[in-house]
Design a binder for this molecule. Structure first.
Ligand SMILES: [Zn+2]
Length: 427
C-alpha cells in the first residue's frame, strides 16, 4: 500500500528498543543455544552474540529464535516491487533501513523465508491499458531480477512450491496484484495476469473502481456490482485469492458472501484497537473465520497505534476533504495530527497486541502477517525493517502462545489458504 509521504522523514529511531550489541556476549549462554543459532557460519539467523545478549535478559529468547528460524515465515504483503521497477532497486543487495525495509540479505537475517510481493498499481493509472501495462512492467521486473539473482530466490505459484523452496533454505516469492482497477474491468485480463503468476487480487486500492467500492472513496456500487461478483467467481475458478484489504465494508460483506474459496485480508489490522476504516472490525474478523480465510496484520504505525482515536481519524478526513486532495493523502494528515496532538508512536508490542486481538476474535487458524513493508512511511519503534521480525515470535511466546500456534501465525495459515484456493480452482 504505498501511501503518500516521504520515507525516512518520519521514521523514528529505535532508541527505546535498541537491541543489545554483540559486545555483551555471555559465552556460557551461547553454548546453551541450539547449534544452528550458536554459530555464525552460513546460518541464516541473527548473529549469535546478538541472540546471546538478548537471552541474558530473558531466556525466552532462546526458544523464540529456535522456533522463528525453524518455522516457515511468510509475509503476505511487501511492496518492494515498486522500488524495483522505479528505482533500479537490487533486491539481492543490502540497503539501509532509511531507504527501504526489505531485501534478500535482511530477509535472511530476520528469518523471513518468503513473501508475497505486491504488484501495486497506483489509482492514477486509471482503469484501462495503462494500468495493465504498469502491472506487467512490475511482474516483468521481478521475474527478471529473480531470474538473474544468485542462489535460490524464485517465483512460486503453488503452496507446495513455497514449502519446497523454503525447506531447502531458498526464498519463495509469490505475486499479488494490488488494485482491481489494474485488470481493466476484464475477466480475460484477470486470466492473463493469473497466468503470469498473480496469486491474489486486492479488489480495490484507495479508489472505487468500475465494479467494487473502496473504503477510502465514494461508494458507487453499494459493494460489488454484478461484474464485481463475476470477478470474484472468476478468481475462485483461477485459484486466485480474493484480497479484501482496502475495500469498503459493503464490498467486504459481498465478497465473503460470493466467494466459494477462503478470502484473505492481506494487510489490515484491528479496528477495535485502532479505529480506521482501513482496519477490519470484529464482525469482519468473525466473517473471515467463518469463511476459512486469513487476516494478515499490517505493521503501519497509523494502523496499529493505540493513541489514535476516532476523533483524530475524523479530523484527518475533514482536513483532506477541505484541501481538495484525494484520500490517498489521509495518512500524511493522520501523521501530522499525531505530531500536533503529541500522541506517541506505536511500538512493536502494539503489532503483537493486534495479532493477539485478531486471534481472540477470529481464532488461531485465521491470522497471519502482512507487514506492508516498503509501502508505508512510518513503522513502529522496534520494527523498523524486516530484521526485527523475530520480535513478533518472542512477543507471542511471552503472551503464552504455543510453538504450534506461533507457526500458524508466522506462515502456516497463509500456506493453508493458498492450498485451499488451488483446490477450489481444480474443481
Ligand atoms: Zn495497500
Amino acid at each position: 500500500m504505498p501511501v503518500s509521504g516521504c520515507r525516512g522523514q518520519s521514521s523514528e529511531p529505535d532508541s527505546a528498543n535498541t537491541l543489545p550489541t554483540d559486545s555483551v556476549v555471555d559465552t556460557s549462554i551461547v553454548r546453551l543455544l541450539p547449534p544452528t543459532l550458536a554459530t555464525d557460519g552460513d546460518t541464516i539467523a541473527w548473529a549469535s552474540g546478538r541472540v546471546a545478549s538478548l537471552v541474558a535478559d530473558d531466556s525466552l529468547w532462546a526458544k523464540a529464535m529456535q522456533i522463528h528460524f525453524n518455522a516457515i515465515v511468510l509475509d503476505g504483503h511487501v511492496d518492494v516491487p515498486t522500488l524495483m521497477v522505479d528505482d533500479e532497486y537490487d533486491i539481492t543487495q543490502r540497503h539501509s533501513s532509511n531507504r527501504s525495509h526489505v531485501d534478500l540479505p535482511r530477509m535472511h537475517e530476520g528469518g523471513l523465508d518468503g513473501a508475497i510481493f505486491s504488484i501495486y498499481v497506483a489509482p492514477y493509472y486509471g482503469e484501462g491499458a495503462r494500468a495493465v501495462a504498469r502491472a506487467r512492467a512490475q511482474i516483468e521486473t521481478v521475474r527478471r531480477q529473480l531470474g538473474d539473482a544468485p542462489g535460490d530466490i524464485v517465483l512460486a505459484t503453488r503452496a507446495e512450491d513455497v514449502r519446497d523452496v523454503a525447506r531447502r533454505g531458498g526464498t519463495p516469492i509469490v505475486l499479488g496484484l494490488e488494485g482491481g482497477h489494474a485488470i481493466a474491468g476484464s475477466p480475460d485480463t484477470l486470466r492473463a495476469l493469473a497466468a503470469e503468476g498473480i496469486r491474489y487480487v486486492t479488489l480495490t486500492h484507495v479508489n472505487t473502481n468500475g465494479w467494487a467500492d473502496s473504503s477510502q472513496d465514494e461508494a458507487k456500487h453499494g459493494g460489488l456490482s454484478p461484474l464485481g461478483e463475476k470477478m470474484v467467481r472468476t478468481m475462485n475458478n483461477l485459484g486466485v485469492l480474493v484480497d479484501l484489504a482496502h475495500v469498503s465494508d459493503s464490498t467486504f460483506a459481498d465478497a465473503v458472501r460470493v466467494s466459494r474459496a477462503p478470502v484473505i485480508v492481506s494487510h489490515s489490522s484491528c479496528r477495535a484497537l485502532t479505529p480506521t476504516v482501513r482496519n477490519v472490525s470484529d464482525e469482519q474478523l468473525r466473517a473471515v473465520a467463518e469463511n476459512g480465510g486469513v487476516v494478515m496484520i499490517n505493521f503501519f504505525d497509523a494502523m496499529v497505534n493505540p493513541h489514535l482515536d476516532a476523533d483524530l481519524f475524523a479530523e484527518a478526513r475533514r482536513r483532506v476533504r477541505s484541501s481538495g486532495r484525494g484520500m490517498a493523502y489521509l495518512w500524511s494528515a493522520v501523521y501530522d495530527l499525531r505530531r500536533e496532538r503529541k500522541r506517541s508512536g506505536a511500538t512493536w508490542g502494539d503489532v503483537v497486541k493486534h495479532i493477539d486481538h485478531a486471534v481472540r476474535v477470529a481464532g488461531i487458524d485465521h491470522v497471519g502477517l502482512g507487514s506492508d513493508f516498503d509501502g508505508v512511511f512510518d513503522l513502529p519503534r522496534g520494527l523498523s525493517d524486516v530484521t526485527a521480525l523475530p520480535r513478533i515470535t518472542y512477543g507471542l511466546l511471552r503472551r503464552g502462545y504455543s510453538e504450534k500456534d506461533v507457526r500458524k501465525i508466522l506462515g502456516g495459515n497463509v500456506l493453508r489458504v493458498l492450498d485451499q484456493a488451488e483446490r477450489h480452482a481444480e474443481r
